[in-house]
Design a protein around this ligand. Sequence first.
Ligand code: THU
Length: 162
Amino acid sequence: MYNNHFMMKNINITAKIQVCCYEELNSDEKNIIDIAKNAVKCSYSPYSQFRVGSAVLLANREIVVGSNQENIAYPSGLCAERTALFYANSQFPDEAVEAIAVAAYHEGNFVDEPVTPCGACRQVLLEVQNRYKHPIKVLLYGKKVIYKIENSADLLPLAFEF
Ligand code: THU
């Protein structure tokens, strides 16, 4: 049955991503985007010259910021998202993560189109979401548009889970 080629079928995966602008966001969402934009100033990115800031809103209303931190041994660096998430979880291990905002700055400007998290950050986001059994909203800032993803699972179809 299983090796019968005539049984071959497709699985179509969809992801819900809202494309919106700053004015359409609520005050919490605007706030963490503003904080993520400000956090690019703390980026250490001499190798890529690509500054990324992030801000995490926790269930207790605490906001934790992060930025990408690079290293001459390239793989030793860390993205803004994981810097903020790991810091949040290490300082507030009992607080669910409600939302994360990400902003990127390059060559004197914030990027027009949002930067989306790398695969490793998506895996970490999903695990944090599962750990606290609470959906993590992801806000990706671009000057032209903002992407809003209500559930981090939408960023990582077919995630490694067991
Ligand atoms: N980077 C982030 O911090 N977050 C992202 O979502 C994309 C990429 C960093 C990694 C590296 O320091 C630089 O941006 C460009 O590769």
